[in-house]
Design a protein around this ligand. Structure first.
Ligand code: ADP
Ligand code: MG
Ligand code: MG
Length: 193
C-alpha cells in the first residue's frame, strides 16, 4: 500500500458515512441550530469526492490540501471553513511528517485557530481535543470517541449558532461533534493509526 492510500480510504469511507447520515445530522442541527449541518457536510464531502476520485496522489500534503480547499469553497455553513482549516493545516504539517498524531494535532490547531473555541463550549472541538490527545498517547478507541460525543449533550453552547439558545442548548448532542465522531470512527476503521 502506498503512503496516501489508507488516508484516501479514510476520506472515502467518511464521505459514505456522511451521505448516509445526512438527515441525522440535519436533525441534530434542527434542535440547536438551523438544521443544515447534514446538508452542508453532504455538499462538502461530495465536492471532495468529485475532486479526489480518479486523481493520483503521491504526496499526502496534496491530498489534504485538495480536501481542505474543497470544504472551504463548497460549504456555506460554519463547518466548511472549520473542517477546511483542519485539512489545510494538516496539509502544511504533512510536508514535515506522516505521523497521524502530528497531522491530527495540526488539524485541531487549524479548527481552533479558525473558530477560537475552547473545550467545553459545545462544538466539534469537544470531540477533536480528546481524540487528538488519545491518538498522541496511542490509545484512541471507539469509546473515547463515543464519550467525547456524549459529553457535548450536557454542555451549554457558547460558540456558534447554538450559543444563541443559551441554556436551551443543553440536552442536545452538538451536530459538528457528531460529524467529527464519524470522522474519527472512520479513521479507526481505515486502519490509519
Ligand atoms: P452553521 O452553524 O453555519 O449552520 P453548520 O450547521 O454546518 O454551520 O455547523 C455547525 C457546527 O459547527 C456546530 O455544531 C459546531 O460543532 C461547529 N462550530 C460552530 N462554531 C464553531 C467554532 N467557533 N469552533 C468550532 N466549531 C464550531
Ligand atoms: Mg447549521
Ligand atoms: Mg447554516
Amino acid at each position: 500500500m502506498d503512503k496516501t492510500e489508507k488516508w484516501i480510504n479514510w476520506i472515502t469511507h467518511f464521505t459514505e458515512v456522511i451521505i448516509e447520515h445526512k438527515d441525522d445530522l440535519n436533525g441534530l442541527d434542527s434542535a440547536i441550530g438551523d438544521g443544515d449541518h447534514g446538508s452542508n457536510m453532504d455538499r462538502g464531502v461530495k465536492a471532495v469526492k468529485e475532486k479526489i476520485d480518479g486523481a493520483d496522489y503521491d504526496e499526502l500534503t496534496d491530498l489534504f490540501k485538495d480536501i481542505g480547499m474543497r470544504l472551504v469553497s463548497k460549504v456555506g455553513g460554519a463547518s466548511g471553513p472549520l473542517y477546511g482549516s483542519a485539512f489545510i493545516s494538516m496539509a502544511k504539517a504533512a510536508k514535515e511528517s506522516q505521523e497521524p498524531a502530528v497531522l491530527l494535532e495540526a488539524g485541531l490547531e487549524g479548527v481552533v485557530k479558525r473558530g477560537k473555541a475552547d473545550p467545553g463550549e459545545k462544538t466539534m472541538v469537544d470531540v477533536w481535543h480528546p481524540v487528538v490527545n488519545s491518538v498522541k498517547e496511542g490509545s484512541l478507541t471507539q469509546s473515547v470517541i463515543d464519550d467525547a460525543l456524549e459529553s457535548t449533550k450536557e454542555m451549554k453552547a457558547t460558540k456558534g449558532r447554538a450559543s444563541y439558545l443559551g441554556e436551551r442548548s443543553i440536552g442536545h448532542i452538538d451536530p459538528g461533534a457528531q460529524s467529527s465522531a464519524y470522522l474519527f470512527t472512520t479513521l479507526l476503521e481505515a486502519g490509519v493509526l
